[in-house]
Design a protein around this ligand. Structure first.
Ligand code: CAA
Length: 390
């Protein structure tokens, strides 16, 4: 209805937030983006700047000591960080992904214990769903949790874990009843310091090189029973509900990367002269920029509409919301495809210069690629959309 439209229009506060995050990102994060990519190192400067300004995990509810930002504000923060450094934008994004299961389904004790340090910037959160042989088919996981008295004992391997090793807390989905497939999966909070937790070598990736991606190993990890998130057997549903909300943050990354590429290309074509005039005077170049801006505007509107739905569902409590499931998948799929097209065209507009590391566009193009893959490939998003058509 008409109210939906009002809901996703950014307010004056959202625009003020955007201005302040943009200024911070340009001053404190952008200067390190090329070096972080080149050296494949964690963007500590970005983490410090985000924590100092309380922007590292804005989604944490006020009742748990957080800023209590709405889903659209979270999108704006991630967009503006991704506009200068996609690797750094994984700090607020994965903090939301890792901790949202606790927000949505955790006990009051778990919330206070794990969300308060996250909100204070003392700990980061990662999300452990995928395994070497269970990616798109997440319910095919093998990691096992067995009850033993007042504890659960975890054994298994998780793969592609963003910010692994840097995060202190891990939401881990594990099989508690192998007979029941997805209804036999439960979610737990595991700490980096729990005995038996270790990490694989960092993956050597095409992009987002500043954000470590590693395997996480669980070797007889014994944790107290109250670390279970929600009821036994609800872990898969919680994991899917979480992705419904957080695929929107991947869309936000895609928007930010694409905006960064468009802004750079727009400036370049006014400076670069060929045939006696700026190349931006040629209609062929103007048409490319028009298409890029059009795709970005459409992707942004869909993402903001999805964020409005995410907000309503968070406020409304738990359960599956088919509209949110559709919109979350659609926003992630559409915005990531748009980002790949826009960054590729931005490289093209710079010609040979765009292909070198002396300019930021090849990095943006490499970073954009992951948004079509993680939190579910865009082929999986189409399965999700088709099963939840509005
Ligand atoms: N909300 C709540 N419950 C949901 C749900 C949702 N969005 N989606 C599914 N469920 C429930 C279903 O209702 C069903 O419950 P019942 O058995 O009680 O009816 C149960 O979960 C199983 O659902 P499906 O039968 O649909 O399950 P499936 O095996 O066919 O899988 C899938 C569905 C959509 C393909 C799912 O496996 C999927 O999303 N795969 C992709 C996984 C993914 O996105 N991985 C990304 C990893 S995270 C990442 O990339 C992190 C990073 O570090 C950045």
């Amino acid at each position: 209805g008409p109210n939906d439209f009002d809901l996703y229009r950014p307010s004056e506060e959202h625009e003020m937030l955007r201005e302040s995050v943009r200024a911070l990102a340009e001053a404190k994060i952008a200067p390190f983006a090329a070096e972080v990519d080149e050296q494949g190192r964690f963007p500590q400067e970005a983490l410090d700047a985000l924590v100092a300004n309380d922007l590292h995990a804005v989604h944490v509810p006020e009742s748990c000591g957080g800023a209590g930002a709405d889903a659209l504000a979270t999108v704006v923060v991630i967009e503006e960080v991704a506009r200068v450094c996609a690797s750094s934008s994984l700090i607020p994004a994965v903090n939301k992904l890792g901790s949202l299961p606790v927000v949505l389904a955790g006990s009051e004790e778990l919330k206070q214990k794990y969300l308060a340090p996250l909100a204070r910037g003392e700990a980061m959160f990662s999300y452990c769903l995928s395994e070497p042989d269970a990616g798109s088919d997440a319910a095919g996981m093998k990691t096992r949790a067995v009850r033993d008295g007042d504890s659960w004992v975890l054994n298994g391997v998780k793969r592609w874990i963003t910010n692994a090793g840097v995060s202190d807390y891990y939401t881990v989905m594990a099989v508690t009843d192998p007979e029941k497939r997805s209804r036999g999966i439960s979610a737990f909070v595991v700490e980096k310091g729990d005995t038996g937790v270790s990490f694989g070598a960092p993956e050597k990736k095409l992009g987002i090189k500043g954000s470590p991606t590693r395997e996480v190993y669980f070797d007889n990890v014994r944790i107290p029973a109250d670390r279970m998130i929600g009821a036994e057997g609800t872990g898969f549903a919680t994991a899917m509900q979480t992705l419904d909300h957080t695929r929107i943050t991947i869309a936000a990354q895609a928007l930010g990367i694409a905006q960064g590429a468009l802004d750079y290309a727009k400036g370049y074509v006014t400076e670069r002269k060929q045939f006696g005039k700026p190349i931006g005077d040629f209609q062929g170049v103007q048409f490319m920029l028009a298409d890029m801006a059009m795709k970005l505007a459409a992707a942004r509107q869909l993402t903001y509409a999805a964020a409005a739905r995410s907000e309503r569902v968070t406020l409304g409590g738990s359960g599956k919301d088919e509209q949110l499931t559709f919109y979350g998948a659609a926003a992630k799929c559409y915005a990531s495809d748009a980002a790949m097209e826009i960054t590729t065209d931005a490289v093209q507009l710079l010609g040979g210069y765009g292909y070198t590391r002396d300019y930021p566009l090849e990095r943006m193009m490499r970073d954009a690629k992951i948004t079509q893959i993680y939190e579910g490939t865009n082929q999986i998003q189409r399965i999700v959309m088709a099963r939840n058509l509005p």
